[in-house]
Design a protein around this ligand. Structure first.
Ligand code: GSH
Length: 388
């Protein structure tokens, strides 16, 4: 969706397209000084999604993170419409009140780094459709100059706020939480993506073997689909690795396709992977290795299908470095999900059977920050019935 905003006098315009990577409310002292109000209400976008039109001047200052940050303002009326900084050069910020803010996602994150007495940053989410909430938020802020425990005492839900006590990391990134179990290649896809993107995430080990995901309570509160992984972002729970990978890619600007055709190809392989490669490999490996008496006919069926699917990947990778284009994308991160696990578990030694797949896995493993699944996903393992 295209959104157009402007400064106070209208000489400087800002045009955004696509959705913001984050909507936030900040009441640090610098934002208060700049806006002359209690809050700066903003949204961050990937830079390529934002255009400025009109003359502007730039004010630069140091941010609390130590990076430099630049504010673009109209030389005629002085209002700031845009900012960008060195901490994350891929994104920029836009003052939301300059755009049609009703159309933005309902929930915003409240930053209050300079106010929190716990040493880390408390996180409040605010229902942005609740305008009374904003007024209450102002008075709440006046009362709680230095301690967020006031927010808790003030029953935030009554003022249109929801409070979580999860700290944001040093640089105000999203505090992701990944519900996983170590043998889950689907969980590995997300853990790897988050790690390669330099995101902070907290592993939440789940007793999959003990049937945790089958309980009505887990399904009612964590994932109605009864599946792992679940990625918690703020206090929203996201499921299904493919759309999550795409969302993380959009946010970070990494592992995306370069153009429409590449984006189409990425989707094509993500669907295929979920349906076939990952779908069958996950079941085959689980039955083969982690159950006490697998049905040989079922194993045989899966094995035949997998031989075919792996052959397709082997063929596709002949003469190609990665699945789509010449750079790694989320299609690669999805398709490798189950392939790094030990050959004793998967029943495949790619070195022997599929040299192009092996070489591709080596290229993925060479990406800066790459880690093996069992390194990224710690904790108690499932019982291995099959040893080789
Ligand atoms: N398409 C899903 C697959 C998730 C999935 O199958 N997860 C497995 C564990 S790795 C699971 O929870 N299986 C339980 C079940 O299917 O009942 C995704 O991409 O997230």
């Amino acid at each position: 969706m295209e959104r157009i905003g402007q400064c106070h006098c209208g000489l400087l315009r800002v045009i955004t397209d696509g959705e913001p990577t984050r909507v936030y409310v900040c009441h640090c002292k610098s934002c208060q000084r700049r806006t002359g109000t209690a809050f700066h209400y903003g949204a961050t976008f990937l830079k390529e999604r934002v255009r400025l039109d009109g003359e502007r001047r730039i004010f630069e200052r140091g941010a609390h993170t130590g990076y430099r940050i630049r504010f673009h303002f109209c030389p005629n009326c002085g209002s700031t419409v845009y900012w960008e900084g060195d901490r994350n050069p891929r994104v920029c910020g836009v003052g939301l009140a300059r755009l049609k803010w009703e159309r933005f996602p309902r929930r915003a994150i409240l930053f209050s780094r300079s106010r929190c007495t716990t040493g880390s940053t408390c996180l409040l989410t605010w229902d942005t459709t609740n305008k009374t909430g904003l007024d209450n938020l102002r008075s709440l802020s006046d009362r709680s100059r230095s301690d967020f425990s006031h927010c808790r005492a003030s029953k935030p839900q009554e003022v249109g706020l929801r409070l979580t006590t999860k700290p944001l990391c040093e640089e105000n990134r999203m505090p992701y939480r990944l519900h996983y179990f170590p043998e889950s290649g689907n969980s590995y896809k997300l853990a790897l993506m988050l790690t390669l993107c330099g995101e902070q995430w907290e592993p939440v080990w789940t007793d999959f073997g003990g049937g945790a995901t089958r309980t009505p309570e887990w399904r009612a509160t964590i994932n109605e689909m009864g599946e792992i992984p679940v990625l918690e972002e703020d206090d929203v729970r996201l499921t299904q690795t493919a759309p999550i990978l795409l969302r993380l890619a959009e946010r970070s600007g990494r592992f995306l396709g370069a153009d429409e055709d590449e984006r189409f190809q990425i989707l094509r392989w993500l669907f295929w992977d979920n349906h076939k490669l990952t779908g069958y490999m996950a079941r085959y490996r689980y039955q083969r290795t982690f159950t006490s008496s697998p049905d040989p006919q079922v194993l045989g069926f899966f094995r035949n299908c997998l031989d075919d699917f792996l052959g397709i990947v082997e063929q596709h990778l002949q003469g190609r470095a990665f699945v789509v284009g010449d750079r790694p994308t989320v299609a690669d991160l999805s398709m490798v999900g189950y392939l790094f696990f030990p050959k004793e578990e998967t029943g495949y030694d790619f070195m022997e059977s599929h040299p192009a797949i092996r070489a591709w896995l080596d290229r993925v493993a060479a990406l800066p920050g790459w880690k093996h699944p069992y390194e990224l996903l710690p904790g108690k393992r499932l019982r291995r019935y099959r040893k080789a």
